[in-house]
Design a protein around this ligand. Structure first.
Ligand SMILES: [Zn+2]
Length: 194
């Protein structure tokens, strides 16, 4: 008799436990589906990247020059480019426009492209959305005022970017431009040459 009662009690516990497990299982499945859905959503959003290079027919180099310090080498640089009949993209800071408006006009006047390198060379990945937009818009406004042409290219300072920064650059109608070879690469390459 005692054994039977014990078996019956055990059975009741088991039934409720089974029910509890069922409920937990269904909740678990629902939660997992929701979580997986969220994860899929996050994964499905591709990380935004700047343009490092583009495919071209034949051997082509796109020359990008950043203007963030003084302007002392600009006249020589322009005459070298003119000598070899080469056009380059100059990425200027908004603050550089303030300091050297004549140089900006001179570069644009020589037929080179003027892109933005931000307003103050701030690390855009450390700014909030408003800060990034202000860096982009301020610099573009200054460039357009000096050259009469709104820039189409934007190069983040120090090449520091994240998906949000690249998204904001694109939303402002600009191409985010990185590089796939810089002076440090060139130096290493030169050292390797016989
Ligand atoms: Zn720079």
């Amino acid at each position: 008799m005692r054994k039977k009662a014990s078996a019956g009690f055990f059975y009741i516990i088991n039934k409720w436990t089974a029910l509890a497990f069922c409920v937990l299982f269904i909740l678990g499945v629902l939660l997992a589906t929701w979580e997986v859905g969220n994860i899929v959503k996050i994964v499905a959003q591709p990380e935004k990247k700047p343009i490092y290079s583009v495919d071209t027919e034949g051997m082509t180099v796109a020359l990008g020059i950043n203007c963030a310090w003084d302007n002392s080498d600009i006249p020589e640089l322009l005459s070298i480019l003119e000598h070899y009949n080469v056009k380059a993209s100059f990425f200027v800071l908004g603050s550089w426009c303030d300091q050297y408006p004549e140089s900006v006009r001179q570069i644009a006047g020589a037929g080179h492209e003027i892109g933005s390198h931000s307003n103050s060379h701030a690390n855009l990945t450390r700014l909030d959305k408003e800060g990034v937009l202000s860096e982009i818009r301020e610099s573009c406004r200054k460039i357009e005022e000096l050259t009469g042409k709104a820039p189409a290219l934007f190069r983040p300072p120090s090449g520091a970017y994240n998906s949000e920064v690249i998204g904001l650059i694109e939303e402002e109608g600009l191409y985010p431009i990185q590089w796939d070879c810089d002076l440090i690469h060139m130096k290493t390459l030169k050292e390797k040459l016989p």
